[in-house]
Design a binder for this molecule. Sequence first.
Ligand code: ADP
Ligand code: MG
Length: 254
Amino acid sequence: MNFLKLNGIYHTYFTKSTATTALSDISLEVEEGEFVSFLGPSGCGKTTLLSIIAGLIKPTEGEILLENEPVSKADDKIGYMLQQDYLFPWKTIEENIFIGLKLMNQLTEEKKNYALHLLKEMGLKGVEKQFPKQLSGGMRQRVALVRTLATEPKLLMLDEPFSALDYQTKLKLEDLVSDTLKSFKKTAILVTHDIGEAIAMSDRVFLLSPRPGKLHKTFFIPKELRELAPFEARNHESYPAVFQTIWKELESLE
Ligand code: ADP
Ligand code: MG
């Protein structure tokens, strides 16, 4: 059984006068515990695809099965983390990390303690009563990750979560996120336009071509890189060749 299965997904956005086909004939499978990336140029439909997987948008055609069942709106098996942290500025960090639990009516003492424990794991002990604006961008993204993990989703989707951060913070967070997800054996989908990030973090990379978004090619990341933390993978001798291969494919799309 496949954990996640996308069957012939098509999506067209309609307005009064235009029709934009964002996705065309996307079929793929993700195994439980796997970390995959959707890589592709801006506008190729990555966010649309994630929104469809999350059940937030109904595809024009095709179906999504998560553990053999169609995904539904507000599927609590799925956690979604975005490029911007979307923390509520008027709420404390603690209130922010409890929001998902509250929405799902799961705000028990046990779950609260779990969320606070995650916060500590992310190196954020002591910020509970602070407000988002008192934290740096990297700290806020870590809070957003805690909020997403607090509801214990089976599938985690990360839509360019590091792209608004400075390079050093981004590299550090890649390691932290990778390590955290591995320790919880989470299945994850990362959306990125950064080839290096896709290679360093993933088991497989799905390269999407634009207008309309199609699955152009799938890359299997070699074992020696998969076993390493992202930062180390970037420095491994196998890394440049994989980078070149994917780079050339991306170039050929333009
Ligand atoms: P990506 O995340 O890869 O940058 P998106 O999924 O955001 O791509 O967008 C894919 C295509 O669909 C783009 O051409 C974009 O302009 C179009 N699109 C996205 N959202 C909407 C919408 N709500 N209405 C109309 N067109 C949209
Ligand atoms: Mg996007």
